[in-house]
Write a protein that binds this ligand. Structure first.
Ligand code: IPE
Ligand code: IPE
Ligand code: MG
Length: 252
């Protein structure tokens, strides 16, 4: 006799989630200002939102989650805000790394690391090292990251190979440049979400975003939750990705 609760959990026709979702976590300051709170409080609540979204992404089955947490240009903010952001990163790694590791999450950091303070540098190294053999989802943290700087660095490496006689200029192609990006072993994002209503990339994954679907949501980052992530993924599924070609529908 069939019981009503015997319905399979994964119903036929359920769309598979995008492999790689990248998020520009924006709007912490405005979230705080709207409540008469200091920006610091917005950033603190932003870390809580991040914790929930990492968990939700795992539940949804997202294999790569990239988060933009500090840009190369964010150094132009007031010194006390930078201090707050660095403090939050340190606390996040110290408090959450063990849990991420327990959940089999592999942490990857992209961005310029050499010029960071030694304690931050060491924590980022530790997060990558501890989790490098984990087989679960990958959490890519873009910290002190700038896409233009990343592309310049890749171009410099290719130029050095050319100068050393190891590569001819004619051999330089998309694959060779990609191989020198910080994301060389990470698939390009399928979906890029930006919160807070701003509609720009702010130097985030410019090369890798070539065929990403962009979804801009009006919610400020501290209020972004699993339902909002699912809604953005729902929007992604409505899009028709063509990669420069024609879809089956257009071909007939
Ligand atoms: C995102 O929130 C966090 C970082 C950029 C580090 P913002 O701090 O940019 O918040 P708004 O854009 O001023 O509201
Ligand atoms: C982009 O947000 C950087 C991060 C979310 C870490 P910003 O708030 O710095 O971007 P702009 O200045 O509004 O373009
Ligand atoms: Mg902002």
């Amino acid at each position: 006799m069939s019981m009503p609760d015997a319905v399979p959990k994964q119903e036929a026709g359920v769309a598979t989630p995008p492999v790689h979702v990248a998020i520009i976590m924006d709007g912490n300051g405005r979230w705080a200002a709207a409540r008469g709170l200091p920006r610091r409080e917005g950033h603190r609540r932003g870390v809580e939102a991040l914790r929930n979204i990492v968990k939700a992404a795992g539940e949804i089955g997202i294999k790569y989650l990239t988060i933009y947490s500090f840009s190369s240009e964010n150094w132009s903010r007031p010194a006390d805000e930078i201090e707050d952001l660095m403090g939050l990163l340190k606390r996040f790694v110290r408090n959450d790394l063990a849990d991420l590791h327990k959940n089999d999450i592999r942490v990857r950091i992209i961005g310029e690391r050499a010029s960071l303070k030694p304690d931050i540098h060491a924590l980022l190294d530790e997060a990558e090292e501890l989790t490098k053999n984990n087989a679960g989802p990958t959490l890519v943290v873009a910290f002190n990251y700038g896409a233009q700087q990343e592309i310049v660095e890749a171009a410099r490496k290719l130029a050095e190979q050319v100068a050393g006689g190891k590569l001819s200029p004619a051999e330089i192609d998309v694959a060779k440049l990609s191989a020198h990006l910080l994301t060389h072993d990470i698939p390009d994002p399928d979906l890029i979400i930006r919160t807070s209503g701003e509609q720009r990339l702010s130097n985030f994954l410019l090369w890798q975003a070539a065929y990403a679907e962009l979804v801009f949501v009006p919610i400020h980052w501290p209020d972004f939750d699993k339902a909002a992530l699912e809604a953005a993924i729902g929007e992604f599924h409505k899009r028709e990705r063509r990669f420069g070609g024609l879809t089956a529908k257009a071909r007939v």
